[in-house]
Design a protein around this ligand. Structure first.
Ligand code: CTP
Ligand code: MG
Length: 424
């Protein structure tokens, strides 16, 4: 996976995700809709929704369910994402269309996702959404093909087909979901396909095919092994082996694999930093939250004194459980002496990711009389978010004249961070 992606609020607002979960799961053969089949302690649908929640890239989430299935509807309704639920149709294509019809009008981008790919990592959703934001009209996650793939034909009267060709493997890709689209283009493709008969509709196995038929360019992003489509029982066993594991919560559908794996529970961290304002005899620039505040006397300390950035670093280290500022930027790392707050934050984020985590967000509040912050808050959020590669928000308050923050002798920054494990 490439560098982490963060999307802005307006970009998230204009993005919807449709999760198609209306299939019957015939090949899995449990006699219940596939999306309801448990994997460890959650149904496949809930796993898919958990990861969409972690991805945080769409304001609207629409789940397409088997008509009349109250159990799945109840699970969807209880999920923190509070998705909109609609009834599906006879084919996957019908279900996608039902989802599209339930979307807010004018939504610019839509991701279509199979609940059957329940363990698709959040980063894949973000990559697809980001490619759309960057201008792609259709984008799909793909993986290289490991098998040699043959074309076949079956002669009348012969049971088994014979080979008619071997496409070059380097030119083949296995396709996954979520598939992302510029909504008006996808709607046009679906309108065109609306009159097709059932056989033609069933031949449409993914939405990108519709775009190809319209002559639209379809771009790709890297897929993920964990995004496998759970179709048969062995797929469920494989998916189980990839799961974060509570030993006491094995799936009733599969044998335990005994594979130790981390939990998909986010971890929070806290960081606090206090800096004194430098003595007036020594003129120092004020750097806070990655910004320079001309005219304000700066904070004392070996570094630039950026208490907001330092608290953010400590919160990240704390969340990942990998020590603190002293551990990583202490006297034995002279290259960080005097480094700007943004440099430290970028390095802290890198270390957290190196330890196997992705960053949900970092929130910082500082308490102090100066600098006057409100007018530069969004600028600070942008600079720090860029450094961390994840959303960082900064707020400010005063202490009603009390303490060193009230007299202006110093300030305190408090930070929290949320991280979640993406690798063992
Ligand atoms: N799907 C859907 N509506 C349908 C058929 C399929 O929403 N009428 C969804 C499935 O729920 C699944 C995705 O499309 O998330 C991919 O379909 P597939 O893997 O074939 O799932 P099922 O149709 O449930 O499985 P089977 O074909 O074995 O019955
Ligand atoms: Mg099917």
């Amino acid at each position: 996976m490439n560098s982490p992606i963060s999307l802005s609020q307006p970009e998230i607002q204009q993005t919807a995700i449709i999760v198609v979960a209306a299939g019957s799961g015939t090949r899995l053969g449990f006699g219940i809709p596939k999306a309801l089949v448990p994997l460890a302690d959650r149904s496949l649908l809930e796993h898919a929704l958990d990861r969409i929640q972690l991805a945080g890239c769409a304001a609207q989430v629409i789940v397409v369910l088997p008509r009349g299935d109250t159990e799945l509807a109840a699970r969807a309704a209880a999920h923190p994402l509070k998705p909109r639920c609609v009834d599906g149709g006879a084919t996957r294509n019908d279900s996608v269309r039902a989802g599209l019809a339930a979307m807010d009008e004018g939504t610019e981008r839509v991701l279509i996702h199979d609940a059957a790919r329940a363990l698709t990592p959040p980063e894949v959703f973000r990559q697809v959404a980001a490619a759309l934001v960057a201008g792609a009209r259709a984008v799909i996650p793909v993986l290289p093909v490991v098998d040699t793939i043959k074309q076949v034909a079956t002669d009348p009267g012969h049971g088994q087909p014979h080979i008619t060709g071997t496409p070059a493997r380097e030119s083949l890709r296995a396709v996954q979901t979520p598939q992302g689209f510029h909504t008006p283009t996808l709607l046009a493709a679906h309108r065109r396909a609306a009159g097709w008969d059932r056989a033609q509709a069933e031949a449409i196995t993914d939405d990108a095919m519709l775009m190809e038929l319209l002559g639209e360019r379809v771009d790709t992003v890297p897929g993920a092994a964990a995004a496998l489509k759970i179709t048969t029982k062995p797929d469920l066993v494989l998916a189980e082996s990839m799961m974060p594991r509570h030993p006491e919560k094995e799936s009733p559908m599969t044998e335990p694999t005994g594979n130790p794996a981390p939990l998909l529970i986010p971890r929070t961290g806290i960081g606090i930093d206090v800096h004194a304002v430098a003595d007036p005899s020594e003129s120092r620039p004020m750097w806070l939250a990655g910004l320079h505040f001309p005219g304000d006397q700066g904070l004392s300390g070996h570094s630039d004194g950026d208490a907001v950035a330092h608290a953010a670093c400590d919160a990240l280290f704390s969340a990942a459980g990998i020590g603190d500022l002293g551990t990583h930027f202490g006297t034995d790392r002279p290259e960080y002496a005097g480094a700007p707050g943004t440099t430290l934050l970028a390095e802290a984020a890198r270390l957290v990711r190196e330890a196997g985590f992705e960053i949900g967000n970092v929130a910082v509040q500082f308490v102090g009389r100066r600098p006057k912050f409100a007018a530069r808050r969004l600028e600070a959020d942008a600079v720090l978010s860029k450094a961390a590669g994840a959303p960082v928000t900064v707020t400010a308050t005063t202490s009603d004249g009390l303490g060193y923050e009230g007299t202006g002798e110093g300030l305190t920054a408090y930070a929290t961070a949320l991280v979640y494990r993406v690798r063992p």
